[in-house]
Design a binder for this molecule. Structure first.
Ligand SMILES: [Zn+2]
Length: 436
């Protein structure tokens, strides 16, 4: 009888070894295990190994008491090697571009160890506390995605004196990278605020403050005569501009305009590059007068669906009581805080809800809605809202954000990272406040 031995399978209990070929669910970690598989399961091995939590597999054929290595093709398929850090960061930026974050925020890759650069395990957390850091180390995480940025105020040292410094020291010591999306996840369509809005059936969900394309860019158009001298200048410009290409967005386009007898060079660039381009044009002898160069600034335009906060129009009117119930179900918490609008009660009808995950007072102030839903607000802001006829539901700062991580973990693992990286949601991460 033949057996195949897979070494170092991070998969199921040995007693389930046949089932692993048909289901990658119900996984339990088993490091460095050798399991036997009947020969007739061998053809299914490659697809299983690539779709499951296999760190490294070596397949042997056991026959008559000795083992020989079998089929190198299977071995290659068995390598689930994770993804380079840069690829993971690019995918995160693709999901929620850093440009969506608020200008005061500190988002993106915050800690990058020298090694390793390959990410096999990611831990998602709302807040990176020391308890979560222990969990990350135990899981042998290569990357922590902490929604709130653990580095916000600039650090002057990385010692063991404060808990924030210890977090960074622990990341570096354990070769764990740290990425923080914060307000880019709030703003992006399908992000934290849309998750909060998903508690309700809605006809329309729009950002309270739409995100705008804030890329500071210009269109530069250079017009030169279609003569030997003009052509030489155009070539010179194109080659010299390529030197500052790092700051340019997009290729330089050179067009001959047959009817007008001119050459046109068109490029898009950022603000600091404009001066450099004009300087280079001057060096060609054509100068930078308006006969030869036009610089046009791009207008800022709203990006549909992205932005801060959300205003939800409900499909059906709900009582305040029903809204409270739906919020509790979404955030999976037994309690929320409620301030009723002055003169109204728990049975009052709600048809519009303004949402802001986290701390919503500044964004929600003055917004016309029947109810505000946010994590926290100060006493006087709550009084103002209630006297202006708006109910307020508060569900603790991070409880208004944390629940997004669960659906996001699926998006990240399966859609963005193609199942090549394991993604965990922290079990230690929780709001520091409890109701007693
Ligand atoms: Zn927050």
């Amino acid at each position: 009888m033949h057996f195949f031995l897979c070494k170092r399978i991070l998969g199921l209990e040995k007693s389930c070894y046949q089932e692993i070929l048909f289901s990658s669910l119900n996984k339990k970690l088993l490091h460095n295990k050798t399991i036997g598989l009947p020969a007739n399961c061998a053809t299914l091995l490659p697809s299983f190994l690539t779709s499951s939590l296999v760190d490294c597999a070596v397949v042997y054929e056991r026959s008559q008491g000795y083992c020989s290595r079998l089929n190198p093709v299977i071995m290659e398929d068995a390598q689930v090697t994770g993804l380079p850090l840069k690829v993971v960061v690019d995918k995160l930026n693709l999901f929620a571009p850093k440009s969506l974050a608020e200008s005061w925020d500190n988002v993106g890759l915050l800690v990058e160890p020298l090694r390793p650069k390959v990410i096999k395990k990611i831990l998602l957390t709302n807040d990176l506390t020391e308890e979560v850091m222990e969990e990350a180390i135990e899981l042998e995480t290569n990357l922590i995605i902490s929604y709130h940025p653990p580095i916000f105020a600039p650090l002057k040292s990385v010692t063991t004196k404060t808990w924030k410094e210890r977090l960074i020291a622990a990341c570096l010591e354990n070769k764990i990278a740290l990425y923080s999306p914060h307000t880019s996840f709030d703003s992006v369509k399908g992000g934290v605020n849309d998750w909060l809005a998903s508690a309700f059936e809605t006809t329309e969900v729009t950002p309270l403050v739409p995100a705008v394309n804030n890329y500071d860019s210009y269109l530069v158009e250079v017009v030169l005569p279609n003569t030997a001298k003009g052509l030489a200048a155009a070539n010179e410009l194109q080659s010299k501009w390529s030197v500052v290409k790092g700051e340019l967005d997009g290729e330089t386009d050179c067009q001959t305009m047959p009817d007008t007898g001119v050459l046109k060079l068109i490029t898009r660039c950022t603000s600091p590059s404009v001066t450099k381009l004009v300087d280079i044009l001057n060096s060609t002898g054509f100068g930078s007068n308006e006969d030869h160069i036009k610089v046009m600034k791009y207008e800022k335009v709203a990006i549909p669906g992205h932005g801060m906060g959300r205003l939800c129009s409900l499909k059906h009117k709900l009582t305040v009581e029903k809204v409270v119930e739906k919020v509790k179900t979404l955030i999976k918490r037994p309690y929320v805080k409620l301030a009723l609008a002055v003169g109204k009660d728990i049975n009052s009808a709600v048809s519009t809800i303004a949402i802001c995950a986290g701390s919503g007072a500044s964004l929600l102030r003055g917004v016309k809605a029947d109810l505000y839903l946010t994590g926290e607000m100060l006493h006087h802001d709550i009084l103002d809202a209630a006297h202006n006829g708006t109910h307020v539901i508060l569900c603790n700062h991070s409880d208004s954000e944390r629940g997004f991580l669960e659906p996001f973990s699926n998006t990240l693992a399966n859609k963005l990272l193609d199942g090549k990286v394991q993604v965990f949601v922290s079990k230690k991460d929780k709001d520091p406040l409890i109701t007693v």
